[in-house]
Design a protein around this ligand. Structure first.
Ligand code: G6P
Length: 614
C-alpha cells in the first residue's frame, strides 16, 4: 500500500504531484506529503496527517516552486498515522528526502546500529531508517548517492518502492523497487514516477515498468538510466499504455463505487469480448492457450487470492469442479504461503487479483513457481507484478477500479472463471455440447440482464433506507451463491461499518441462528435452481425467529414474497451466472446504506485498495 509519485521536468512539480497523489489515494489515505526542490537549493517538505486535500489546505500560501519533487500518500504500517510519521522522510542533515512504499523488515536492527553511530530519529517509521542508512553509507564510504543507495539496498530485507531527492544532486530523481510496484513515465524532456500508471496517463503513454532490484536514475540532461542493485546496466523496455483518462474520472456519479457498479454491463462485455462467440460456438482465452493442456490434465487446481478476489475464487471452485471435474482448492494467499503447503509439478496454481500487486498473493505465487507448479493469473491491472511473473493468464478487462470496495473487478473475475471452467470442460469432454452452447448464449446475454437489473437501483435504495440503522446483518446462500453471501457481508462491513456475516444457509442452524431476533436483517439468495426448496425452508427457519428477510429471487417468484419483508428480483439465468447477478443488489444495498450513514464510500476507514504489505 502507500502511493508514491515523482516528477522532474520543465513544469511546476507541485500540481503534478498533488494530482498524482489524488489518483493514488486508493492505496492509502492516512497522511500525505510532498518535497519540492526549489532552485536546486531549497528543499521544501510539507506533510500532513489525513487526505491529500488536507495537505493542499496546509500548503496554501507556502512556496510551491520547483520543477522537481516527490510525493507520498500513506497507509500506516510502522507508527501512527500522524504528521511526523508522514512521508517524505529526511536524512539527519536534511539534505536528502525519500518516499517509500513497502516494509523494511530488518529496520529495527539497522536502526539500533545507526543510533550507536550517532543518528537520531524523529519518526517511528522504517522509512526514516532507510534514508539514514543511505546517508551513513554515503559519508562513510565517500560515494555518490546512487552508489550509496545501491549499497544500502543490498543491506535491507523487505519490500520497497522508493524515490529520492537530494540537494547534493539537484538535477536527479533516483528511484528503486523490490516487490512494491514503480512505473517511470517518459515525456518530452520530463519524467514521471508513480506506483501505477494512473498519475502518468494524462501526460504520456510511454512507460517503463521497473523490475525488482532495479534502480532508475533520471537526470535532467542525460535522461533515464537503469541499473540493477548488483550494478549491471539494464536497457529500459518501453511499454505503451492503453488506459484512457476518462476511465479515471467519476463521470457524473457521486462516487466511483456507484460508477463502477453501473459499469458492470460494459466491463463484463469487455471481459468476454473476442474470447467467446455463441453463434460460432467457441470460447478461447488467448493468454492461457499455451497452458490449456496443463490445466486440463492438472491433478488439481489451487486458487490463491485475498479479500473479494478470494470470494471470486470460491465461485470458481464450484464452476471448475461442476463443469470440468477437476478438484479445486481455494486458499487465502496469506495462509497458504506460511503453512508449508504441498505443491506438485502437475498442480496448476491460479492467482486472482484486481490490482495484481497484493503482497501475499504475489509471494504465494512465487513460492508455487519455485516448487515447479504452473502459475497463472486472473488479473485486472495490465502490466502489474502478478501479470508479469505468471507463466500465463487472462486480464479481466474491467478497466481501472478506483473505489476501494471491489465491484466490477469481482464480477469480471467470476465471468472469467466461468469461461475458464467452460473452456476446460470442453477440452475434457465433461460438458455436453448442448449445455456448452446454452452457457455461451447465456454469457452473451449477461450484460443486458445486468442492465435490466440496474434499473431497480432506486427500489434497492428504498430497501436500504429500512436497514441503514442495523447493527448486524446476516447473509445466506447455498452452492455457488454461498460465496456471494460472503461477498455481500464483506461489502456491507467495509463501507458502512455494520457488522455482517456470510453463511451457508443450511449451516446457519449451527450457530448464527442464535443471533436472529426482530432486529436482524437476513439477506438470502433464494433463486430458482436445485437448492431452491432447501433455501425456502431456511427462510422459514429465520422467519420463525422473527428475523427480517430480504430475499434475492428469480423474476416472477411468488413463494418467497409471502415470507420476506422485501424481495429483489433478478432476471432468470442459468445457475452458473446467478452468482454474478445476485452480487449486484448486494453491492447497491451496501452502497446506499453507507451513503445514508454518512460513510466515505470510496475510501472507507483503515482500508486500502492495493495491499502491498503482508
Ligand atoms: C484489499 C481490497 C479488496 C481486495 C483485496 C485483494 O483488501 O480492499 O477490495 O479484494 O485487497 O486485492 P486484489 O487486488 O489482490 O484483488
Amino acid at each position: 500500500m502507500c502511493g508514491i509519485v515523482g516528477y522532474i521536468g520543465n513544469k511546476k512539480a507541485y500540481p503534478v504531484l498533488i494530482k498524482g497523489l489524488s489518483r493514488l489515494e486508493y492505496r492509502g489515505y492516512d497522511s500525505a506529503g510532498v518535497a519540492l526542490l526549489e532552485n536546486g537549493t531549497d528543499l521544501n517538505v510539507y506533510k500532513r496527517q489525513g487526505k491529500v486535500q488536507d495537505l493542499v489546505a496546509f500548503v496554501e500560501g507556502k512556496s510551491t516552486a520547483g520543477t522537481l519533487g516527490i510525493g507520498h500518500t500513506r497507509w500506516a504500517t510502522h507508527g501512527l498515522p500522524n504528521d511526523i510519521n508522514a512521508h517524505p522522510h529526511a536524512s539527519g542533515d536534511g539534505r536528502m528526502v525519500l518516499v517509500h512504499n513497502g516494509i523494511i523488515e530488518n529496520y529495527d536492527v539497522l536502526k539500533k546500529e545507526l543510533i550507536k553511530r550517532g543518528h537520531t530519529f524523529k519518526s517511528e517509521t522504517d522509512t526514516e531508517v532507510l534514508v539514514h542508512l543511505i546517508e551513513e553509507i554515503k559519508s562513510k564510504y565517500k560515494v555518490d548517492l546512487v552508489e550509496a543507495l545501491r549499497m544500502a539496498l543490498n543491506e535491507v530485507h523487505g519490500a520497497y518502492a522508493i524515490v529520492i531527492v537530494s540537494k547534493d544532486e539537484p538535477n536527479k530523481l533516483i528511484a528503486a523497487k523490490k516487490s512494491s510496484p514503480l512505473v517511470v513515465g517518459l515525456g518530452d524532456d520530463e519524467y514521471y514516477l508513480a506506483s501505477d500508471a494512473t498519475p502518468i496517463i494524462e501526460y504520456t503513454k510511454n512507460v517503463v515498468y521497473l523490475e525488482d532490484e532495479q534502480i532508475a536514475i533520471i537526470d535532467r540532461k542525460d535522461g533515464l538510466r537503469i541499473i540493477s542493485i548488483h550494478n549491471k546496466e539494464v536497457s529500459p523496455e518501453i511499454t505503451e499504455l492503453s488506459m484512457q483518462l476518462e476511465e479515471l474520472e467519476r463521470g457524473g456519479y457521486d462516487h466511483f463505487m456507484l460508477k463502477e457498479i453501473h459499469e458492470q454491463p460494459r466491463a463484463i462485455h469487455d471481459s468476454f469480448r473476442g474470447r467467446l462467440n455463441a453463434k460460432e460456438g467457441w470460447i478461447t482465452l488467448g493468454g492461457l492457450k499455451q497452458y490449456e493442456d496443463q490445466i486440463a490434465n492438472a491433478n488439481r487446481i489451487i486458487i490463491i487470492a485475498c479479500g473479494t478476489s478470494w470470494h471470486a475464487g470460491l465461485v470458481g471452485e464450484y464452476y471448475i469442479e461442476d463443469l470440468a471435474r477437476i478438484p479445486v482448492e481455494v486458499e487465502y494467499a496469506s495462509e497458504f504461503r506460511y503453512r508449508n503447503p504441498i505443491i506438485r509439478k502437475d498442480d496448476v496454481v491460479i492467482a486472482i487479483s484486481q490490482s495484481g500487486e497484493t503482497a501475499d498473493t504475489l509471494a504465494a505465487l512465487k513460492m508455487s513457481k519455485d516448487m515447479g507448479a504452473t502459475i497463472l493469473g486472473i488479473v485486472n491491472v495490465v502490466g502489474s507484478s502478478i501479470s508479469r511473473i505468471t507463466h500465463g493468464g487472462s486480464y479481466t478487462h474491467a478497466g481501472p477500479e478506483i473505489g476501494v470496495a471491489s465491484t466490477k473487478a469481482f464480477t469480471t473475475q467470476v465471468t472469467l472463471l466461468a469461461m475458464l471452467a467452460m473452456m476446460i470442460a470442453k477440452k475434457r469432454n465433461t460438458i455436453s455440447p448442448r449445455r456448452f452452447q446454452a452457457l455461451l448464449d447465456e454469457m452473451e446475454a449477461l450484460p443486458k440482464k445486468i442492465e435490466k437489473l440496474l434499473l431497480s437501483a432506486d427500489r434497492i435504495k428504498e430497501i436500504a433506507t429500512e436497514y441503514k440503522d442495523a447493527h448486524n446483518a446476516l447473509y445466506l446462500g447455498r452452492g455457488s451463491s454461498f460465496p456471494i453471501a460472503l461477498e455481500g457481508a464483506l461489502k456491507l462491513k467495509e463501507i458502512s461499518y455494520i457488522h455482517a456475516e456470510g453463511y451457508p444457509a443450511a449451516e446457519m442452524k449451527h450457530g448464527p441462528i442464535a443471533l436472529i431476533d426482530e432486529n436482524m436483517p437476513v439477506f438470502v439468495i433464494a433463486t430458482k435452481g436445485p437448492n431452491y426448496e432447501k433455501v425456502v425452508s431456511n427462510i422459514q427457519e429465520v422467519k420463525a425467529r422473527k428475523g427480517r428477510i430480504i430475499a434475492i429471487v428469480t423474476e416472477g417468484d411468488t413463494a418467497v414474497k409471502d415470507v420476506a419483508e422485501y424481495v429483489i428480483e433478478i432476471p432468470e439465468a442459468d445457475e452458473i451466472l446467478v452468482p454474478i447477478l445476485a452480487t449486484i443488489p448486494f453491492q447497491l444495498i451496501s452502497y446506499y446504506i453507507a451513503v445514508m450513514r454518512g460513510c466515505n464510500v470510496d475510501q472507507p476507514r483503515n482500508l486500502a485498495k492495493s495491499v502491498t504489505v503482508e
